[in-house]
Every structure is written in C-alpha cells, then in structure tokens.
Design a protein around this ligand. Structure first.
Ligand code: FE
Ligand code: FE
Ligand code: ZN
Length: 278
C-alpha cells in the first residue's frame, strides 16, 4: 500500500487536514508547524488532535510529516538567530509529542561563510538542545539543493550531522527529489547508483520520507525550484521509478509541487494509475 500525500495548509487544524488528504486520494500529508517564515505557533488543540487520531485510524492515515519553518538557521552566525532556531525546534517537538510517533523535518541551515565544518557542529548543537529525551517524534534532516551556503547538499554533510548528535536514535533523513537532482545526484538516469551512494554514506535505514517533486532546473544547478510532476527536468517516468523502487516504496511520499489541493489530487491520481500499470 503506497503512502502518499501532499503539503497542505495547516490553518484549520489536524482533522481538517486529514479530511482534505482523504478527499484528494492521499493517505498522509505534510504541513508547516507554524508560519513558514517563523513566528508563534497556534495554541495546541487537544480536542482536534484526538478527533484526528480517530479519523486517521478509521481512514488509514498511518503517519504525518511536520515541516519546520524554512527560515530557521541552526548554523547562523548570530547567537540570537541560533537560539531562535533551537527554541522553535524545541517548541515544535514538544507540540508534536501531543500526537506521538510522527516525523518532523527541517532544513539543516546555511553556513553563511563560516564553513561547512563549523556549521555541522552548530546544527548538531541545535538539535541536541531541542531534543526531549524519550521523545517519540523522529527528527529528519532534509537533503538540500546546495543553494548559496546551504548545508545538506552532499550526503556526507548529513552523515556528519548524524555522527555529531547526542541522540542519533531520534534522527532520520528526508530525501527531496528536486533538491538531490539540483545538488547533482542523477536520480533521473542513475537512481540505483544514487541509492547505493546514499546507503554507503548515510545508510538507507536512516531514510524515513521522500519529498516527490520535479525540478525546473537541470541536474547540478543548485537552484531549488520545484516543478509539477512530469513538467520538469526529472520527468514523470523517473519520479515513478522513485515511487515504485523496491528500496523506497515502503516510505511515505509527499508532493511539494506548485499546485493547489485539487492539483495535488490529480498528480496523486496519475501516479497511482501508473503504479498499477507496472
Ligand atoms: Fe523542505
Ligand atoms: Fe522538500
Ligand atoms: Zn525545495
């Protein structure tokens, strides 16, 4: 059973997102924990969470993926900006624990001229300060396109972060197809080799989720501009190979393509239809 969904607006709460997911043919979803530019999160609504848990059990939503604001920079130069990153992450994790056992994804950060090595240490420190011992939430590092001074464009950088954190057992990786392609990994024509490299450097057991996006730019462009499924440089067939790959097909997949909910529903329908044809 393929677990696939899309990024949804979180403004109306968990139950509403669950209903939207089911209405577009999805059985999971991703959402921002708060305004993607940062800022305060809404009050936790335990009633909504309980209603969602019942709905998810009844409709077969096995898990969901929360995404941290993308403006956080755990590797910032200024102490205050780093403090903001770990405070936000700590608050997000605390809130996620109200819905146990989910995934929490974040962008490792940008080294802003300090160098990758320094950044890796700062990112690991940030995670260590945010973690709650005994937490049930899995923290995911997202593979990045390597735009500007972004950390996480190479598998080795993510591995180095995983090696530095105090609680690696709470950690995993989310592979974004647009990002890795833009970073220079040829998932279009050499998927098996890329997965072998991921396995050698990080370990495929660390891979917990996939962001399934096409890219507007060529391989190695370091741009990070998502395209609709089949309308980019990766293409429909290559993305279908990711979705159906025996080493990946058990993972949850999330579309972050430039579509509204109905558009995501259409993409999910086409992908599922093609999957059945394999
Ligand atoms: Fe992301
Ligand atoms: Fe992504
Ligand atoms: Zn992106």
């Amino acid at each position: 059973m393929t677990v696939i969904g899309a990024h949804l607006s979180s403004s109306k709460g968990y139950l509403n997102m669950g209903r939207t997911a089911i209405s577009i043919g999805a059985n999971t979803f991703q959402f921002f924990t708060r305004n993607p530019r940062g800022g305060k999160a809404k009050e936790l609504n335990l009633e909504d969470i309980h209603a969602f848990q019942e709905y998810a059990a009844a409709h077969g939503i096995p898990l969901v993926l929360a995404h941290a604001p993308y403006t956080l920079n755990a590797a910032a130069k200024e102490g205050r900006t780093r403090e903001f990153a770990w405070e936000t992450m700590a608050d997000d994790i605390r809130r996620m624990e109200a819905l146990p056992g989910q995934l929490y994804n974040f962008h490792p950060g940008s080294h802003v001229g300090q160098g990758v090595e320094t950044a890796i240490g700062l990112i690991a420190d940030c995670i260590d300060q945010a973690v709650i011992p005994g937490q049930t939430t899995t923290i995911l590092l997202e593979t990045m396109a390597g735009k500007g001074s972004e950390v996480g464009g190479r598998f080795e950088e993510l591995r180095a972060i995983l090696d530095r954190v105090k609680y690696p057992e709470y950690m995993g990786v989310c592979l974004d197809t647009c990002h890795v392609y833009d970073a220079g990994y040829d998932i279009r024509d050499h998927l098996d080799e890329v997965l072998e490299e991921f396995d050698r450097v990080i370990g495929l057991s660390r891979l917990k989720a996939i962001h399934l996006n096409d890219s507007q730019n060529p391989m190695g462009s370091h741009k990070d501009r998502h395209a609709k499924i089949g309308e980019g440089t990766i293409g429909f067939d290559a993305l279908l190979r990711v979705l159906s790959h025996p080493r990946l097909c058990h993972l949850p997949f999330y579309l972050e393509t430039p579509c509204d909910d109905a558009g995501h529903g259409e993409e999910i329908r086409k992908l599922k239809e093609a999957l059945h044809g394999i």
